[in-house]
Design a protein around this ligand. Structure first.
Ligand code: ADP
Ligand code: ZN
Ligand code: ZN
Length: 766
């Protein structure tokens, strides 16, 4: 017998309110996950509807209490079914509980006070109303006279206006409504997160190359071809204009569009660009909206009031019934991968969702992920390229400065001679400068020069970061928020020579002020952008030229067009190169390219200074000449040699526990189980090969197991972290292994005080 878990009222808040029903034999085929079904409910056996969220062969309660489903509703192509199906796929593909997967796709229902607009509408004919007016005039009912006179004149009246402007009382309105003279119509006003009304703007005339791409896309779309495209276009090549044309085409076919943009690039400026083109059929999602506002957007989308949703990763689940296109801008961005289980990647989920709804997918980037570019080269995606900036705007001139040489010249400042010279030049010319540091507070750690003691967080296995300013002389943990005052003496040896090393953004800001006292400096990092709209404020101040120099972390390299910026300085390009992470070179290349792309967007004297200790590293040299393909070819060789994604696949099991011993034991046991699985699978595959067509490659390919080892950050918030890596060419092999391990974990007691998360092809190392 098959049992179905059914949810009646579908939303995140009701996930634990499921009911189990039996699936009668004749309905087994149709009763799939996501199906809308009818069943007898409660004592009275009232027939109601619900959705199947999972199927199993195990009854959860005594089977004598389990009733049968009475019907599977046929046209179950409803949005809820679609989303449940998507959740089920995500769970299978990435690993998580079903509830966690459903939470990703379903809205959080939030009953907020809806703003209502009430309108009083005249129901009677003109003649009837005039007769009534005469009658109330005879009786001397002043309010009613005023009321009927306006209504005769206008036909309808805003409720609030009737009360406040015309002094009609609520009982009068009620009485007239009961009499049938008028009707009060209430309409819910959804809060539109885009508040400013803007002038609409005519589209630009596309360049020949842009037009070619759009034409090819629209031709395929019209022919009914649905597939994934990769638009590789350098920064400023006009990708956004291309998206807008494609969207326009798809919208004209009566379809809807989801546009994903990383949250950090989802600025007012970006949103307005789309708004001016498409008007208020657009909505946006972002983390700054309240839950109520988000739920409103969900409803607006579901009811077909909007056609375009713009937002970060979570906007992918917008319940559009007529979804025709999903665009993922800056497709290489790490934020498209969820950090919480299920650790899904929006790119993959978008492609799957598009396949269910016959939609196409456009991935766009100046620096495509190795994954996407490889698939485009392999012919799985169609590749479009924009190799030039619009309006012949020249690419900036890039200088690579070898910091080792600077040291030889006895220049100990964080600015090389070249950068100093150019900063002064721009300050003189009243042009703007962006100075970019790879990571917030990186290496802002504090250590003792006598004994080498490093100040560490007592709850996490990381060094504390030194902060001045707002929180004067504090040491802060960036993992758990722990703070303590900067010590005057080394807590280990008592020496007074305890100080901060390296350069954080704060330090850079101080140095700039010291070196260029007349310059106005703005700093943008996690600390200065904490408040609501914090980073928007800083960016717009800089755009208004209220500062000459903007110092910041990666957040300053995204999405903003500053026409007056003609110099970009990258202070230490290497910092990200030495991260213990197989994507380190890729990330460095992306950051350098994006940062360089900020210079000279409208002026032709854009210059970029890349300061580095590894001037010959290929991710630096290729970024300097904007040579993506050159970078790709070197990097893919490295990945092939090392069997890293996208050439191979990695599954990470991340184990955590409050108790160090139990997490260590659990990870050893985990590994033993994986080895067992590998053994069984070998035997199974060899047997299967005799009658099935399993390729030699799959069988020969060995599962590689690395670890278990302590995670890079071995402790966070007093929770210990271990990690085990599994590598295999075949994703399906790893997915099956994950399924097997999920079952194993459930039945093995050792995992009780220990949690296990899975992550396929991680975005950074553990
Ligand atoms: P990308 O998204 O590739 O960085 P954008 O679409 O933002 O590039 O284009 C860069 C700038 O060039 C924008 O200001 C945009 O309005 C302008 N632009 C793009 N295409 C054209 C065009 N065909 N004609 C005129 N201006 C254009
Ligand atoms: Zn010391
Ligand atoms: Zn901490």
């Amino acid at each position: 017998m098959i049992y179905a878990d059914i949810i009646v009222d579908i939303s995140v808040d009701n996930l634990d309110k499921t009911y189990q029903f039996a699936v009668p034999k004749h309905l087994e085929e149709k009763a799939v996950v996501g199906a809308l079904v009818k069943f007898p409910f409660g004592k009275a056996n009232r027939i109601i509807k619900g959705y199947i969220i999972s199927l199993s062969q195990t009854p959860k309660i005594d089977i004598s209490y389990i009733k049968e489903i009475s019907e599977v509703v046929d046209d179950a192509l409803v949005m809820e079914s679609h989303l449940i199906k998507l959740a089920s796929w995500i769970r299978e593909q990435y690993g998580a509980t079903l509830n966690d997967a459903l939470k990703v796709v379903l809205p959080v229902k939030q009953t907020v006070k809806m703003i209502e607009k009430r309108t009083i509408c005249l129901q009677w004919s003109k003649e009837e109303t005039e007769n009534l007016l005469k009658e109330v005039q005879r009786k001397g009912y002043k309010a009613r006279i005023r009321f009927l006179t306006v209504l005769l004149d206008k036909g309808q009246l805003d409720y609030e206006e009737a009360i406040h402007q015309y002094g009609i009382t609520r009982p009068v309105i009620q009485a007239m409504e009961e009499q049938g003279v008028i009707r009060v119509e209430a309409k819910t006003l959804y809060r539109n997160p885009i508040k400013n009304k803007q002038e609409m703007q005519k589209p630009v005339t596309l360049t020949e190359k842009q037009q070619e791409i759009v034409n090819d896309f629209t031709k395929e779309y019209e022919e009914g071809k649905r597939r994934t495209y990769l638009l590789h276009g350098i920064t400023g090549s006009g990708k956004t204009e291309v998206y807008m044309e494609m969207m326009d085409h798809v919208l004209k076919q009566g379809k809807q569009v989801i546009l994903l943009i990383p949250e950090i690039a989802l600025t007012y400026q970006t949103v307005m660009r789309f708004y001016k083109r498409f008007g208020d059929r657009i909505s946006i999602m972002n983390s700054r909206l309240s839950k109520g506002e988000r739920y409103d957007q969900y409803l607006r989308a579901k009811q077909g009031e909007i056609d375009i949703m713009i937002g970060p990763r979570s906007a992918l689940f917008t319940p559009f019934e007529k979804l025709g296109l999903i665009i993922i801008d800056e497709e290489h961005e790490g934020s498209y991968k969820s950090e919480m289980p299920p650790k899904y990647h929006a790119r993959e989920v978008a492609i799957y969702r598009a396949s269910l709804l016959e939609a196409s997918v456009i991935l766009g980037s100046a620096t495509p992920s190795l994954e996407a570019y490889k698939r485009a080269k392999d012919g799985e995606y169609k590749l479009y390229e924009l190799k030039e900036r619009v309006n012949q705007a020249a690419l900036p001139k890039v200088y690579i400065v070898d910091l080792r040489e600077e040291l030889k010249k006895k220049n100990k400042s964080i600015f090389s001679e070249k950068l100093k010279e150019l900063i002064q030049d721009r300050l003189d010319k009243k042009e703007q400068i962006m100075l970019f540091l790879n990571r917030r507070g990186f290496a802002g750690f504090v250590s003792c020069r006598s004994c080498g003691h490093v100040m560490k967080c007592p709850h996490c296995d990381v060094s504390l970061t030194y902060h001045t300013g707002r929180r004067a002389d504090q040491l802060v943990c960036h993992y758990c928020g722990y703070e303590e005052p900067m010590p005057k003496k080394c807590p280990s040896c008592g020496s007074p020579y305890i100080a901060t090393f390296g350069t954080g953004t704060q330090k850079v800001e101080e140095m700039v002020k010291k070196e260029f006292p007349s310059a106005r400096v703005l700093r943008m990092d996690m600390d200065t952008t904490a408040g609501k709209d914090g980073h928007e404020k800083i960016l717009s101040a800089f755009a208004k030229q209220e500062a000459d120099i903007l110092v910041g972390t990666q957040m300053i390299v995204k999405g903003h067009d500053f026409g007056n910026v003609s110099l970009v300085g990258i202070l230490a390009a290497d910092l990200s190169l030495y991260a213990n992470d197989y994507r380190a070179a890729e990330k460095t290349f992306q950051l350098l390219t994006q940062a360089a792309g900020r210079a000279g967007r409208s002026k032709n004297n854009g210059e970029v200074v890349i300061q580095t200790y590894s001037p010959t590293n290929y991710s630096v040299t290729t970024a300097a000449v904007n040579d993506y393909v050159g970078f790709y070819e070197k990097e893919i060789l490295f990945r092939t040699m090392m069997k890293y994604p996208p050439v191979s696949n990695i599954l990470v099991a991340f184990l955590t526990s409050k108790n160090e011993q139990s997490v260590e034991q659990a990870s050893e046991l985990f590994k033993a189980a994986v080895l067992d699985y590998k053994q069984q699978e070998c035997v199974r595959l060899e047997q299967a090969q005799e009658n099935e067509s399993i390729s030699e490659d799959v069988i020969k390919e060995e599962l590689e197991i690395i670890g278990p080892v302590k995670a890079n950050v071995a402790k966070v918030n007093d929770i210990y972290r271990y990690v085990l890596y599994m590598k295999h060419m075949d994703y399906i092999y790893l997915r099956n292994l994950k399924n097997f391990m999920e079952g194993f974990i459930e039945y093995s007691k050792i995992f009780n005080g220990c949690s296990v998360q899975f992550d396929f092809n991680p975005m950074s190392s553990y």
